[in-house]
Design a protein around this ligand. Structure first.
Ligand code: MRU
Length: 345
């Protein structure tokens, strides 16, 4: 399995996801500003992976922090820089809060021990994420029909996490359990996470995969070949509304129209139970060049208007179930999500 991100020799190393699948190049970050830049520019992307990167960014920042300056203030500066990179995936803010909490537990210790504690916490977040994804896979695999195709959007795989993946983790677990699966991967314009990343990951595992353009989803859902749709999430509100990659909402409506189950797979750290519904989720708008250009080639005329919202919100009524590491939440989500969040695994 590809290594998305690692702490190595007091540096943060991550595979450059902008270059995949044709080039496997690693970026080495020597300071937290570089980590922030990598998150902003999508060298690393996917909600849980962004969380791990932010945690490692904090550890890196504190490793380079000036000994004789206010450490609390430096920690806050580092966290604020990392928090300003991408607004939608709540895992980023969850990871920063966890690193802040750890810092406040150990801040009275000698600086070297504080630094070590933060490095260990970031590594714990990374390792836990892989275990969480395997648990999501175990809970979700029984929902995947045997002998039918599965449609997914964007990349909610090993590359979007510390490893194994959420939505692709469920697909992997079903495949490992012997289910006959064929994956349809939406290409996912404009950043092409499906065509480039999901297709690459699944081919490496030998899972049969077909890439389709996003506007083909209705055709294939109508064909009767697709047994379920499964996607990841960037933030889930208390009522079960799901923010995920732009185009997810369209898929959910299409799935409902064709009576196909629509599943969301996400860790508990993607739940934002402080917000009641999806209207409160901040939606990132990315640079217009992602729409006007494909792989460096301009495709639109000069002067045309462009919009590039990176995420949309799928209302909870279109979501059949939400698969987490603690079990599967079914509607009504207010009760089931809170019960799962409060339960011990
Ligand atoms: O813009 P991205 O590539 O970071 O968006 C990623 C997604 O929307 C994923 O589906 C989501 O983060 C879940 S990843 C396990």
């Amino acid at each position: 399995m590809v290594e998305t991100i690692a702490w190595r020799d007091s540096k943060v190393v991550m595979i450059d996801q902008r270059l995949l699948p044709h080039e496997q190049r690693y970026v080495v970050c020597e300071d937290y500003q570089q980590v922030a830049d990598c998150i902003r520019k999508m060298v690393i992307r996917g909600a849980p992976a962004i969380g791990v990167a932010a945690a490692m960014g904090v550890a890196l920042g504190m490793l380079r922090a000036a000994k004789d300056e206010d450490l609390d203030a430096q920690l806050e500066q580092i966290c604020q820089t990392l928090a300003s990179t991408r607004p939608t995936a709540v895992n980023l803010f969850w990871a920063l809060d966890r690193m802040r909490r750890r810092y406040h537990q150990v801040r009275h210790l000698p600086l070297e021990q504080v630094r070590q504690a933060l490095i260990e916490e970031a590594e714990r977040i990374r390792l836990e994420d892989i275990e969480i994804n395997r648990a999501i896979g175990r809970h979700g695999a029984p929902l995947i029909p045997d002998g039918k195709a599965v449609l997914t959007h964007c990349n909610a795989g090993a590359l979007a996490t510390a490893g194994y993946g959420t939505a692709l983790g469920v697909i992997r677990a079903a495949w490992e359990a012997g289910k006959r699966i064929h994956v349809y991967a939406d290409e996912t314009r404009p950043f092409l996470q499906g065509a480039r990343l999901t297709a690459w990951e699944l081919l490496q595992d030998g899972i049969p995969t077909t890439v389709i353009t996003d506007n083909m989803a209705g055709y294939f859902l109508r064909s009767g070949r697709i047994g379920c749709v499964i996607v990841g999430a960037d933030r889930i509100a208390a009522n079960g509304d799901v923010a995920n990659k732009i185009g997810t909402y369209t898929l959910a409506v299409l799935a409902r129209a064709h009576n196909v189950p629509f599943y969301v797979a996400a860790p508990i750290s993607t739940l934002d139970l402080n917000i009641s519904c999806g209207d409160e989720i901040p939606i990132e708008h990315r640079p217009p060049e992602e729409v006007t250009h494909i792989c460096g080639h301009k495709i639109t005329p000069d002067g045309v208007g462009v919009e590039n919202p990176a995420f949309d919100v799928t209302p909870h009524e279109y979501v059949t179930a939400i698969i987490t590491e603690k079990g599967v939440a079914w509607p009504p989500y207010e009760a089931s999500l809170r019960a799962l969040a409060d339960s011990t695994p």
